[in-house]
Design a protein around this ligand. Sequence first.
Ligand SMILES: Nc1nc2c(ncn2[C@@H]2O[C@H](COP(=O)(O)OP(=O)(O)OP(=O)(O)O)[C@@H](O)[C@H]2O)c(=O)[nH]1
Ligand SMILES: [Mg+2]
Length: 197
Amino acid sequence: MEDLQLSDGHPALVSAVYRERFRLLIDGSGIWAQPSGKLRFNVHEKGDMPVVGDWVVYRKSSGFGDSSIERILKRRTFLVRKESGSGFSRQILASNIDYAFILSSLNAEFNVRRIERFIALAQSGGVHPIVLLTKADLNPSAESMKLQVQRYLINLSVECISSVTGYGISGLDTFLKPGKSVAFLGTSGVGKSTLVN
Ligand SMILES: Nc1nc2c(ncn2[C@@H]2O[C@H](COP(=O)(O)OP(=O)(O)OP(=O)(O)O)[C@@H](O)[C@H]2O)c(=O)[nH]1
Ligand SMILES: [Mg+2]
């Protein structure tokens, strides 16, 4: 990517987004940047500000100030916010993600419809969904629930895991490869942070 010849600047990866400023990664080091006037205008007309995962074209600042982000390169995939809300104001949360781990705990609140909504959300942005049934240590019928979910969600990967015992975690290795980026989706308390840690 770094060798790409671009007429209007250099490519960089958006690694963090703050209210006004963006952190860009170039060859492993970070710089600060802000959208150019033209990008702000385009965003106002149609589309979105840069999000984490975007490749952008930036111009270096001549002095000590922030560099400017000229444009966003085409997103390979993206994730949108869950709430569809008014219908047309779709907000992109992150881009160029390979896999979305969709977590759902195997407790009383287990709801396959909710899993399906997350799957639809991932697939709408071209992200490959993987269903993780979490807290398997708390449910003796975890594996039979997995079979039921698998039968229902045909052609999808479904895994049972436990962050407490480590059960099933090695099954995620196939997705956690260098150069692949993953996102973790699921309602509060399903174990996203625990798994990431
Ligand atoms: N028994 C058991 N408890 C777990 C497991 N994974 C997470 N927990 C517990 O579940 C609770 C919620 O886990 P979190 O990782 O904080 O959940 P989260 O999805 O990050 O929740 P939010 O940050 O609110 O969205 C914590 O008390 C964890 O200790 C698991 O595999 N087994
Ligand atoms: Mg959390």
